[in-house]
Write a protein that binds this ligand. Sequence first.
Ligand code: SF4
Length: 156
Amino acid sequence: MTVRLRAHHLLCMLTFIGEGYTPAFVSNFKEIAREIRGGRTLAEIVQGPDDLCFPLLHEAVCHCHHPNVLLRDARAAADLSDLLRSPIGPGKELLLTEDVLQTLRRSFADGTIRSACLDCQWKPLCDMVAENNFHGTLILPLTPTSNETVDSSSHS
Ligand code: SF4
């Protein structure tokens, strides 16, 4: 699957725990997060509103074209280009493997790729999620619960 993402949403997806601007935004984000969690999603970087923005585009107040948000994209693109040693910008395709996502999480947690987050209303929440080792985020791979753990010795 290919998901169209603006650059700063490569950060926001890391801390998404099911909260957002509107119920429609959250529902759409959850669907995309489920895809990304599989580790085989191709992100196509776009300029301006992307697949996550889509449910907000018809809202009376839509910030997706706001210059501050475009600046956030530019900052994220610069940080991520440095981190991944490859230009991140419109037209770039990036396979979101679990290795890549882990690299992004590590750099998010240590602050290396957070310049886009300056002045963002969600920053306190995202800081807390990162400090909590991204627990509860929707793109973390599913891990078996104790009930789901298979005791291989019982099948021998
Ligand atoms: S602080 Fe804002 S820009 Fe940064 S990851 Fe969170 S929601 Fe995205």
